[in-house]
Design a protein around this ligand. Structure first.
Ligand SMILES: C[S@@+](CC[C@H](N)C(=O)[O-])C[C@H]1O[C@@H](n2cnc3c(N)ncnc32)[C@H](O)[C@@H]1O
Length: 217
């Protein structure tokens, strides 16, 4: 799996963030620049990812290698991607490179913000974060993780959130195939949380312009 580095601007659009809450968790943050930028705006921002166990030089290599690897996935499924949000492949690469630089600089300056951990068991107390964001792990990699794993992962994201969990996208990586068990999964969670699928002002995989918003009853 790639350790990609989406930018703050991409997170803002993917999760339709109009304002930031007091505290936010980026779960499966990889090399994303979101946490560094949110912290710079005064938010209690934390990033969690299994790769934060890696020695610094390996983390740098892993994040840097993911940029061409990510572009190769896009090239291999060129007909399944649209460019109106980015404008051009060059602009996308520019955002990702800037975000990777921002992430790598912040990891070394403020390592306490970058916590090693893996779903479905996160090293945080109940309701630790106002908002929990999950970009490009759940549903994206549903060829690797099955329905039961997703159920456990969503329950864990809900456990550490005080008000909302937002997940983007709701399709699989590459061609953007739908996730067959998504409707059934939301049905299984319906006694625990309110699930809403909401349109967002971002689209890259064609038709993937919706996020999942989970709120406590
Ligand atoms: C495609 S990247 C997304 C990174 C970032 N959120 C972004 O949008 O650029 C997927 C990330 O999920 C992380 N990951 C893989 N398995 C995980 C798990 N079980 N729990 C949490 N993160 C995981 C990977 O290390 C990788 O950094």
């Amino acid at each position: 799996m790639l350790v990609t580095s989406r930018s703050y601007a991409e997170y803002e659009a993917m999760f339709d963030l109009t304002e930031l809450p007091d505290s936010v968790l980026d779960c499966c943050a990889g090399g994303a620049g979101f946490t560094a930028e949110a912290a710079a705006r005064g938010v209690d921002a934390v990033a969690v990812d299994p790769t934060y166990e890696l020695p610094a030089n390996e983390l740098v290599d892993t994040v840097r290698r993911s940029l061409p690897a990510g572009s190769a996935i896009v090239d291999a499924h060129a007909g399944s991607f649209v460019w109106h949000w980015y404008g051009s492949p060059e602009r996308k690469d520019e955002l990702r490179i800037e975000a990777a630089d921002r992430f790598l600089q912040d990891v070394s300056a403020s390592p306490e913000r970058y916590v090693p951990g893996s779903l479905p068991e996160l090293p945080f107390g109940d309701q630790r974060f106002e908002l929990v964001l999950c970009s490009h792990l759940l549903f994206t990699w549903s060829d690797k993780y099955d329905e039961e794993w997703h159920l456990a992962a969503l329950r864990e994201l809900i456990r550490v959130s005080r008000s909302e969990v937002r997940v983007f996208p709701l399709v699989q990586q590459g061609a953007g195939d739908p996730v067959p068990y998504l409707p059934g999964l939301l049905e299984r969670l319906s006694d625990e949380v309110r699930a809403e699928i909401r349109e967002v002002p971002y689209e890259f995989q064609a038709g993937a312009n919706e996020m999942l918003v989970l709120t406590r009853h």
